[in-house]
Design a protein. Sequence first.
Length: 186
Amino acid sequence: MDSEKQKMLDGELYSPFSKELNDDRVKAKKLLHKLNVTEYLMSANSALILKELLPNAPKDIYIEPPFHCDYGYNIHCGSRVYFNVNCVVLDVMKVTIGENVLFGPGVNIYTASHPLDAKTRRTRALAKPVTIGNDCWIGGGAIICPGVTIGNGSVIGAGAVVINSIPENSLAVGNPAKVIRKLNQS
């Protein structure tokens, strides 16, 4: 029988209250506390903390504290990714971020979701992956919802709520986010 963690990673209904998942979240919270509160970002200790918290991110990821995530190990990044202050990544499932991606302050990325049925929701959760392509800019306060893919070269306007996938080289704004024009890429 699959563990609750494996069910979570497979996108199946799972119990977020399992000991294994709770232990993983506690470990992440302890590392986040060190990163956000006790260590200067550019110190040698912060590099070690980031390596442990985000094992699937390169050394050149840059995070302006405070930063929050559920697990850390589900965040997969390319080179030169920048998170401004107060970003939240609910990485219950895989979050894939390409290269040269900029996140404005207060961006939220959600893979976590819940069943609509109240009885099931009391004990079970679900998740869908999020993918953000290369050379994207996600404006401050934007929310990226579960299951969304943002194509290479796209820009998401500040405060946008992205509930549907966005094609490459597009400017999307609003709530819900809509593509308002194609971008010329050089």
